[in-house]
Each structure stands twice: as C-alpha cells, then as structure tokens.
Ligand binder design. Structure first.
Ligand SMILES: CC(C)(COP(=O)(O)OP(=O)(O)OC[C@H]1O[C@@H](n2cnc3c(N)ncnc32)[C@H](O)[C@@H]1OP(=O)(O)O)[C@@H](O)C(=O)NCCC(=O)NCCS
Length: 192
C-alpha cells in the first residue's frame, strides 16, 4: 500500500470529489462526516487537512471556531480555534500520518496568531481497535499533540471534568495577542 498524499486546508470542491473510507466512523458515520468536512471547508475560518489514497479520503484533521454549545464558543475575540477532529483510517494507523497531518497544518504559521484548543473526550477514543485503556489512549493523544506544541491545561469546563480521562490541550501561537490569551484564561477558568 503506497503512502497517502497529504493536502493542507483542502477546498470544499476537492473534498466533494473524493470518496470517503467507510472506516472513518469514529465521530459519526463516514458519509455524514464527509458532508460535515465539506461544509467546514467552505468556511474561510476553517481548515480541513486530508490524507488521500487513490481518490479516497483516508484521514483528516479539522480546525474550526468552537461551537456555540461549548463554553469556548463564547470567545469574544473570534481568535480561538478548535482542533475539532482528527482521524486516520485504521489500515493506515501507526505510520506517523496523524503527526504529519498536524505538522503540515501548522507549518506555514496560519495558527501562529491564535490559540488552538483540543478537547480530548474519552468517549471518542478508539479503545477497541487500539487495545489501550482510556488513560493510555489519553497519553497517546497528549504525546501526539505535544509534538506540535500543544500543552495540557487544567480547566473548570464541566464537560472536560466529566472524566479524568478527558483533557484540555492548547497551542498558544508565538504571535498570539495578549487579549486572546486573556480570553482563553477567562474561558478556561470561568465558574462551571
Ligand atoms: C489518534 C489517531 C489519529 C492516531 O493516528 P496515527 O496515524 O496512527 O498516529 P501516528 O502514527 O502519527 O502516531 C502518533 C503517536 O501515537 C502512537 N500510537 C499510535 N497508535 C498507537 C497505539 N495503538 N498504541 C500505542 N501508541 C500508538 C505512535 O507510536 C506515535 O507516537 P511516537 O511519536 O512516540 O511514535 C488514530 O489512532 C485515530 O484515528 N484514532 C481514532 C480517532 C481519535 O481517537 N481521535 C482523537 C479523538 S479526541
């Protein structure tokens, strides 16, 4: 099997022209996830980086403004971005593709004036396929995200505090304005 091609911030038309691997179903059924990724790619505030093998989408990472239903959605600066989902087809896991997807997405500095958050929820972990327990899986993701500059942060966010296997991580861009950092601190610590 040849290595999939990596494309950073693919446009909606490109995504729509691909099929999606049915194995990309960790967040929602693959067909629905495909439509969600196409919708995100239409928004200039979002970025969907992809792995493609013979016109099939076999992996992706999606960045978007936080949803209004999360506390992070009340960001008053509009500069906090969420790494909302990352998924690699099980046939291609363990080949550093997730790491490369992330590295490529940050490489041109597009997120250097923002804070990118990642909310790690145990109910999204692929424990069955990985054979890991939820704390081992959390460590795997923490290590993966640390490799591109994320750090873990304590938070009062009740959803994250639902499980000790959940976590908040964030990458504070080197050019991030003080006002964005202050807003991140406000949201991170606001009473539940
Ligand atoms: C998490 C995920 C994206 C990783 O994809 P991947 O392409 O296999 O990851 P990589 O090959 O880049 O590996 C990243 C690191 O994780 C480690 N890793 C990956 N799979 C592992 C496993 N099953 N057991 C232990 N370590 C593992 C790798 O060894 C690597 O660490 P290293 O840099 O020390 O070598 C993939 O497992 C996946 O799609 N999981 C389901 C979706 C998911 O959990 N998303 C996050 C939800 S919050």
């Amino acid at each position: 099997m040849s290595a999939p091609a990596l494309e950073v911030c693919a446009c909606a038309a490109r995504l729509a022209g691909l099929s999606i691997s049915p194995a990309l179903g960790i967040f929602r059924p693959a067909a629905q996830q495909h439509q969600a990724l196409i919708a995100l790619a239409q928004d200039p505030q979002c970025c969907v980086s992809i792995l493609v093998s013979e016109s099939e989408l076999v992996g992706y990472v999606a960045f978007h403004p936080p949803s209004a239903i999360e506390r992070w959605g009340s960001d008053r600066t509009g500069e906090i971005i969420e790494l909302g989902a990352i998924e690699v087809d099980p046939c291609y896991r363990g080949q550093t593709l997730a790491k490369r997807l992330l590295q490529a997405s940050f490489a041109d500095g597009r997120f250097d004036h923002t804070i990118v958050i990642a909310t790690l929820y145990a109910w999204h972990y692929d424990l069955k396929r990985s054979g890991l327990n939820e704390f081992q899986y959390k460590r795997l993701l923490e290590k993966l995200y640390r490799s591109i500059g994320f750090e873990p942060y304590r938070t009062s966010d009740p959803e994250i505090r639902l499980s000790p296997a959940n976590a908040l991580m964030a990458r504070i861009g080197p050019g991030c304005p003080a006002a964005v950092l202050a807003e991140f601190e406000r949201l991170r610590t606001q009473p539940a």
